[in-house]
Design a protein around this ligand. Structure first.
Ligand SMILES: Nc1ncnc2c1ncn2[C@@H]1O[C@H](COP(=O)(O)OP(=O)(O)O)[C@@H](O)[C@H]1O
Ligand SMILES: [Mg+2]
Length: 258
């Protein structure tokens, strides 16, 4: 069953086609990857799914219902959460407060709210804190609960973004370059976490990622963008051996890395 269907999605910024006529079908509970060189339109694609940008044309269907025209908090409410390529945490807030913000988005449907500012702690807030703590344990950050988010090591900040995103109990989790800046050990732990989330949280995962080893290991299905266009799709083995992909992406990357 397809949980997400993207139909002929085009986004223009002035004269630039950031994505052109991109279609995708994402199977429920799959791990689907979107890969491609810098500037290919991957983040723009996520920004349209999460209603940061409205598509110039095309449609996005979640379980058959169009998301186009909704506000970002409504998309979140319908079950789509994300992390950002450039980490976006509340650096001055504590780690657990950042997770509570994610939870609050689900409960109240709007951005940062009363939860962090009311002096009296209600019973619901107490329960929310217990849940937030469990999420932090799950993503391996329990040692940092009361630390300011901005003080966390980089890899831990990336995991905290995932914690915040899953606090909203999404049906679909979008991860924008989750392994960027991680060392090999952190990347391995992240791979395990992504694998585990799909079953434990009953979530569909779409990830943008440059780490080919990670992508090929964990993805069920891949879409390859280049200059805004979908140039290939398929299972990891099909993509690995696709000449167009090798030229557009893997070849270029290999050359760049020298
Ligand atoms: N808000 C914007 N205004 C103008 N151009 C943009 C905007 N966002 C992205 N772009 C352009 O769209 C193209 C795709 O960008 P992006 O989606 O960030 O690529 P990727 O994530 O694959 O590296 C790039 O050429 C980028 O400069
Ligand atoms: Mg990007």
């Amino acid at each position: 069953m397809n949980i997400l269907e993207v139909k002929n999605l085009t986004k223009k910024f002035g004269g630039l086609m950031a994505t052109r006529d991109v279609s995708m079908n994402v199977e429920k509970n799959s791990i689907t990857a979107v890969i491609g060189p810098n500037g290919a339109g991957k983040t723009t694609f996520f920004n349209m799914i999460t209603a940061v940008y409205r598509p110039t044309s095309g449609d996005i269907l979640l379980n058959g219902k169009s998301l186009v025209g909704l506000k970002p908090h409504q998309v979140c409410h319908f079950g789509i959460s994300r992390t950002f390529q450039n980490i976006r945490l509340f650096n001055e807030q504590t780690v657990i407060e950042n997770v509570l913000v994610g939870m609050h988005q689900r409960l109240k449907g709007h951005w940062i709210g009363t939860l962090l500012h009311f002096p009296e702690v209600t019973r619901e807030e107490e329960a929310a804190k217990v849940e937030a703590y469990k999420i932090l344990q799950y993503v391996g950050l329990e040692e940092f609960v009361n630390e300011s988010a901005g003080n966390l090591p980089y890899g831990a900040q990336r995991r905290l973004e995932i914690g915040r995103a899953i606090a909203a109990k999404p049906k679909i989790l979008l991860l924008d370059e989750p392994a960027a800046g991680m060392n090999p050990k952190e990347t391995r732990q992240l791979t395990d976490l992504i694998h585990d989330m799909r079953h434990r949280l009953d979530v569909t995962i779409i990830l943008i990622e440059h780490d080919m080893k990670l992508v090929m290991k964990i993805s069920d299905y891949l879409y390859v963008l280049d200059h805004g266009e979908l140039i290939a799709e398929g299972k990891p083995d099909e993509i690995r051996n696709n000449q167009r992909v090798i030229e557009a992406y893997l070849g270029k990357e290999a050359t760049q890395r020298g």
